[in-house]
Design a binder for this molecule. Structure first.
Ligand code: C2E
Ligand code: CA
Ligand code: CA
Ligand code: CA
Length: 275
């Protein structure tokens, strides 16, 4: 048993070393990735449920590494967050997304302008610079503030409520919309919605995935929609993959939806074809 334990420990520590090594390697590679053109944004269309109108898109970051191929955002965003790289990468993403949204608007002419949603990581929210960065990017790109939606996770916002509320108020003073992402996963409860100044909530994909099978998930989704509406908050369902889910969401009065059923994340030139 002793020997096995020792081997086991060795194996464990080697696996750990490798994980640490891989992180350090990724961090190093990520550092210059934006300037080398390895990072790009794709846009997933967001539709109004009542009439299927295209209202905007969520910007999602992609990393195509020359040797390792595509690296999942869940992996490299975490590396960027932990290492602090997100403090430079985040504003670059924000600027690029706003520039693209200005291009769509020009292309759409007189029709209702589309919004672009940009994900912000918790670290960006904690940095006091965020409202200034947002104001600068809006000023430089000329994007109308109402066209920019910032997505913050429920846990990031509710982790430190007083800090977050002050920050959210400052952000909303710039005229942008603030949305709570991955809503329902943080177990913070619907009552928190009353206390934070937000425009919309995005119901997490894990609930939408099961609304056809799991009565609890449907009940929760229905409750979120009703509660949000009573507070004047917009509701987005993410991860809609089946017609049945979409129909059920329409029945329950959900405002907006995105998911593979409606549209995959697209490169700018492909997305422009939808305009
Ligand atoms: P998220 O913000 O919840 O983004 C939605 C994720 O769900 C995206 O994964 C999207 O491709 C995926 N998705 C959309 N529709 C469906 C569907 O119908 N079914 C399924 N199974 N998945 C769907 P992605 O692009 O891999 O991004 C993962 C996460 O990485 C995002 O989750 C977000 O938290 C983070 N992320 C991506 N881009 C950025 C960014 O620019 N900044 C920050 N801070 N985080 C980002
Ligand atoms: Ca998001
Ligand atoms: Ca989400
Ligand atoms: Ca479930």
């Amino acid at each position: 048993a002793k020997v096995a334990g020792k081997n086991c420990y060795r194996f464990y520590s080697r696996a750990m070393d490798q994980a640490v090594e891989r992180r350090v390697h990724l961090e190093h590679e990520l550092r210059g990735a934006w300037d080398r053109g390895e990072l790009s944004l794709v846009y997933q269309p967001v539709y109004r449920v009542s009439d299927n109108a295209l209202l905007g898109a969520e910007a999602l970051l992609r990393w195509q590494h020359p040797e390792h191929g595509a690296i999942a955002p869940s992996v490299f965003i975490d590396v960027a967050e932990q290492s602090g790289l997100i403090e430079t990468l985040g504003p670059q993403v924000l600027r690029a997304a706003c520039e693209d949204a200005v291009r769509w608007s020009a292309q759409r002419g007189d029709r209702e302008p589309l919004f672009v949603s940009v994900n912000l990581s918790p670290r960006q929210l904690r940095s006091g610079d965020l409202p200034r960065i947002v104001a600068d990017v809006l000023g430089d790109t000329g994007l109308h503030p109402r066209q920019l939606h910032l997505e913050l996770t429920e846990t990031a916002v509710l982790g430190d409520e007083s800090l977050a509320s002050a920050m959210l108020s400052q952000l909303r003073d710039t005229g942008v919309q603030v949305w709570l992402d991955d809503f329902g996963t943080g177990f913070s409860g619907l009552s928190h919605l009353r206390r934070v100044p937000i425009d919309g909530v995005k119901i997490d994909r894990s609930f939408i995935a099961d609304i056809l099978r799991d009565p609890d998930d449907l009940a929760l989704t229905t409750a979120i929609i009703a509660m949000a509406h009573s507070l004047g908050i917009i509701v987005v369902a993410e991860g809609v993959e089946r017609e049945g889910q979409y129909e059920l969401l329409r029945e329950r009065d959900c405002d907006l939806a995105q998911g593979y059923l409606l549209g995959h994340p697209l490169h700018m030139d492909e997305f422009q074809k939808l305009l």
